[in-house]
Design a protein around this ligand. Sequence first.
Ligand code: ZN
Length: 384
Amino acid sequence: MTERLYYQDCYLRDFRAQVVETADEGRRVYLDRTAFYPTSGGQPFDSGTLGEANVVDVIDEEDRVAHVLDTAISPGEITGQIDWSRRFDHMQQHSGQHLLSAVLEDLFKISTVSFHLGSEVSTIDVTAPTIPVVQIDQLEDRCAEIVREARPVTITFEDATTDLGLRKESQRSGMLRVVAIDRIDRSACGGTHVRTTAEIGPLFVRKAEKIRGNTRLEFVCGLRALRQARADFRTLQELSRQLSAPADETPVLVSAQLERIKTLEKSNQRLASGLAQREGRELWDATEPGPDGIRRITQHGSIDDTTRTRAQAFVAQGKAVLLVVSANPPSVLLAASADSGIHAGDRVKAAVTSAGGRGGGNQALAQGSLPASADVVSLATSLL
Ligand SMILES: [Zn+2]
């Protein structure tokens, strides 16, 4: 059984211990006692060093704690050192979670069902279909008050058979480790915690999303909250600079710009279509009819709405056929006037099908696509 030093002292960064067993060629190590926290209860493991080796994972095996190392170590006495900045960050987030959950319960009777401490943000799932923004504000304000009061966070071991007045009932029996925030919370928890609420620092709720009938709240505490707020501010500053407007005016300005883009796109489409129609007519005027009186023309390039409009405008002048050949992706477009004696759909369908492609259309307009290997140019000559 490994003695868990962090149970009593969350601020212990260095310790001496005996290696009692090794596995996996000396890279999985069991100690008589450890300050390393193993992944459990939503909180990730501590990293750090054991002797010369780096601790890359810490696993809770009920009675024992397994330390997974990047290199082998030999038996004997050893010094362990916790990566303190990672651990203290976890302590801020975990104590912050207890505070957040306690205030949610206290103000709105909303219970927490699960907790996850992530590398960027942490989340709790709570029993509420939605939480209005005004309640989120109240929640943050109340948490800030309790942080300011620097209320003690204490750890005690208490008998599970007595009424412990816990926020959430524990399924465990025997002795329970109870983490309490003075006058607001008592929770059974094996995690590492700060000494007073002041050490939690700022606490921000950053997102509330519906998840299977509950709400998932994303939050950050401590140094993370400061860094995140700083990053958000810089983003806003950059937006504000690009828009040459004060930060608080950017949302209105951005939606006005988006509206303007929509209007411009519509007008641009109208102009492009008008231009394509005109080009189609001019192309017809500039094309000499063949001996049978039909104007035939082949164009190379991509096939899009403008190409179609131009082709339709060309054949609308009568006695005309227009073919567009695109090499990439291999495809064709054929437009034929009603008096040309050509059925564009039938022709395209027959030609592309025999070349292993697909396509079709009506008498006046048809389109087909071909496999990448097809010789689109030689196929095109059979279409006119
Ligand atoms: Zn906890």
